[in-house]
Design a protein around this ligand. Sequence first.
Ligand SMILES: N[C@@H](CCC(=O)N[C@@H](CS)C(=O)NCC(=O)O)C(=O)O
Ligand SMILES: N[C@@H](CCC(=O)N[C@@H](CS)C(=O)NCC(=O)O)C(=O)O
Ligand code: FES
Lengths: 104, 104
Amino acid sequence: SRLEGSIKKTVSENLVVIYSKTWCSYASEVKSLFKRLGVQPLVIELDELGAQGPQLQKMLGRLTGQHTVPNVFVGGRHIGGCTDTLKLYRKGELAALLSEASAK
Amino acid sequence: SRLEGSIKKTVSENLVVIYSKTWCSYASEVKSLFKRLGVQPLVIELDELGAQGPQLQKMLGRLTGQHTVPNVFVGGRHIGGCTDTLKLYRKGELAALLSEASAK
Ligand SMILES: N[C@@H](CCC(=O)N[C@@H](CS)C(=O)NCC(=O)O)C(=O)O
Ligand SMILES: N[C@@H](CCC(=O)N[C@@H](CS)C(=O)NCC(=O)O)C(=O)O
Ligand code: FES
């Protein structure tokens, strides 16, 4: 579908993509984590897209198995939500993913 | 007002009151914190109250200066949001507040 295609294009063309909601503190945490790492993520605020927001969230759920926000992609790869991202960061794996993806 | 009166009554009559939203992970964190402490908080889900939800949230903002959720009261005292509650917990002050308030 067009929606699925646009998501795949977005996550493949941007080092870090965060599907987010403006009011959500978990989303704020991942946004500031990447900023601290010197990365400017592409942030898509699902609550600012009118009717398209819920549609996007539903399609993301279908594509990734994750129906919640924040929904985080690095180098085109789905890495998960806030907890997953922080876990990778603490293990040192996030930095590795970022450098590997930015080298491509 | 009636709304202000009902909030004051609610927080004075219940050891722990959490104004929450069902989808919010910060709210989930404080709810499970109190459960781990053996306390059964009174949880008011603002997103399940129809039009009254935003009204309550606004009045809480006026009364406490805090416009966000979760909004946490212990022993009738406003203690803050998720971050504030966790801070008090780590300092050991939350347990003290709880025992002091439950002794009354
Ligand atoms: N463990 C997940 C929790 C994700 C979660 O529950 N997100 C909430 C917001 S904090 C959510 O998406 N709720 C449903 C919604 O907003 O549509 C994470 O770390 O990201
Ligand atoms: N630092 C605060 C953050 C509170 C916050 O930003 N809460 C968000 C949800 S996570 C909120 O209330 N957003 C506006 C809304 O939902 O009406 C805390 O620890 O509780
Ligand atoms: S909405 Fe509160 S943490 Fe996401």
